[in-house]
Design a protein around this ligand. Structure first.
Ligand code: TRP
Length: 454
């Protein structure tokens, strides 16, 4: 049904929506805490290398593949795999599955952040004299199944509502509205954080590398996070790319998305670590960093409720523009593969995601003892998707575009709508080289290191 495929209103709409997908809990909740746990600046440098050498090339490939095929992941592989069609379609199905797993647990944290917007409004984020008090409050909330399931539900429903309205009227419109608000709040928080960090400890933590903390495991975490934060390796950007106009410059759009995502992660790191150090707290708090430590930081400063409100609004916006991108991938795949309408699909998929998220939601309370390999359901969903399925998906995309498709077809698609010149051809060739050799080899090496082979 080629003629009915929706498209973005324009290139900016696409960049904002894709950047909205990329900028999410990964940037504001996860990046700061894994940086805190893995030693700060040295980790950031490895992460930036992963972004540049692997994340960016694969991101461009994924968008390009989507625009070329004008379909979601499963149909794309079905239509363009010359051999081993079944295996490639299974890869598409794997993307679909990864989407479900990520959304299941991602919505839970997103729900917490929305819940914390209301906590801030009702004046509950105040009066903590230590991070222990704030952590206790957090613990009380997340172990209450009603609280956690209520917000999980609200968040899934909000995302579903946006996707219900479609690409241009739903996703693009919300991205255009929310991304600028998001940016303004973040700039404000950065300036304020830096003003708190009077002895520069937070800045040193972020920018002065200590290499003794780095191991292979750190590289794996950095690589997994590079995929996660860019939304790469799961067919989401492929889907967004399929709504892109044939004449838009993919190299430019892709680079903009990566620059925005990286800039925003660093800004979030700045805002958070300067205030955490500035007020004398511990940066290596793990997943609770923004919920256990920041509320204590907020309650110890003048105007803290306002900052808390701004911060959790920021987090909720970031999470919303990301969940809708994953949901759109799931919905678009089903639109390609079945004859149901968008509206019916959105309702059914949202309901399934809500159900799938229940074990993840309860992992922090009544189900915290249900463990496999010493991990809660939440941890399993997070580890499996971010550290294994996404890099695997990225590998599959790199192999498909660089090894299965013809180089001339790929470069033609890359250069569409741009007047070719020598500099551009060189960039195209460097990109293709990174995609064909560097990214796959590095991903495989990191995989081997988890299995203990090297
Ligand atoms: N990139 C988002 C974040 O940083 C999460 C996300 C959205 C995502 N869409 C994705 C991750 C697709 C992997 C694949 O929070």
């Amino acid at each position: 049904m080629e003629e009915t495929r929706e498209h973005w209103g324009n290139k900016l709409g696409f960049i904002l929506a894709a950047a909205g997908s990329a900028v999410g809990l990964g940037n504001i909740w996860k990046f700061p805490y894994i940086t805190g746990e893995n030693g700060g600046a040295a980790f950031i440098i490895i992460y930036l290398l992963c972004i540049l050498l692997i994340g960016l090339p694969v991101l461009i490939a994924e968008i390009l593949l989507g625009r070329y095929a004008q379909k979601g992941p499963i149909s794309t592989f079905r239509n363009y795999a010359k051999r081993h069609k079944k295996i490639w379609m299974a890869a598409g199905a794997l993307f679909f599955l990864t989407g479900f797993i990520i959304l299941g647990y991602y919505n839970v944290i997103a729900g917490w952040s929305m819940g914390y917007v209301f906590e801030s409004l009702s004046g509950h984020i105040a009066g903590f004299s230590s991070s222990g008090d704030a952590a206790l409050h957090f613990q009380k909330l997340v172990s209450n199944p009603l609280w956690i399931l209520f917000w999980h539900f609200v968040f899934v429903a909000t995302g579903g509502l946006v996707v219900y309205f479609g690409v241009k009227n739903g996703i693009e419109r919300i991205a255009r509205l929310l991304m600028p608000i998001f940016f303004l709040i973040l700039i404000f928080l950065v300036i304020w954080g830096i003003s708190l960090d009077s002895n520069g400890k937070g800045l040193a933590f972020l920018f002065k590398p200590d290499w003794s903390t780095i191991s292979f495991k750190t590289v794996l975490i950095a690589l997994g996070h590079a995929f996660f934060t860019l939304s790469v390796g799961m067919g989401v950007l492929l889907t967004y790319g399929s709504y892109l106009d044939k004449n838009d410059n993919i190299l430019f759009c892709g680079s903009m998305i990566v620059v925005l995502d990286t800039l925003i992660a660093l800004m979030a790191g700045l805002a958070i670590f300067t205030s955490v150090f500035g007020m004398g707290f511990n940066p290596a708090e793990g997943p609770g960093l923004v919920f256990n430590v920041l509320p204590a930081v907020f309650s110890m400063m003048p105007g803290g409720s306002l900052f808390s409100l701004l911060f959790f609004t920021l987090l909720s916006i970031a999470a919303l523009t990301s969940t809708i991108s994953i949901l759109e991938m799931l919905v678009s795949t089903l639109l390609d593969e079945t004859r149901f309408s968008r509206h019916h699909i959105v309702i059914v998929v949202s309901a399934l995601i809500f159900i799938l998220g229940i074990p993840a939601a309860l992992s922090f309370g009544s189900w915290s003892n249900i463990r496999l390999f010493d991990r809660t359901m939440f941890d399993i969903m997070d580890y499996l998707s971010a550290n294994i399925l996404l890099p695997l998906g990225g590998l599959l995309i790199a192999v498909f575009v660089a090894w299965v498709m013809k180089k001339s077809t790929v470069l033609n698609e890359l250069y569409r709508g741009i007047s070719e010149n020598r500099g551009l051809c060189r960039t195209g060739n460097v990109w293709f080289f990174l995609l064909k050799f560097v990214a796959p080899v590095l991903i495989v090496l990191v995989f081997l290191s988890i299995t203990g082979i090297i």
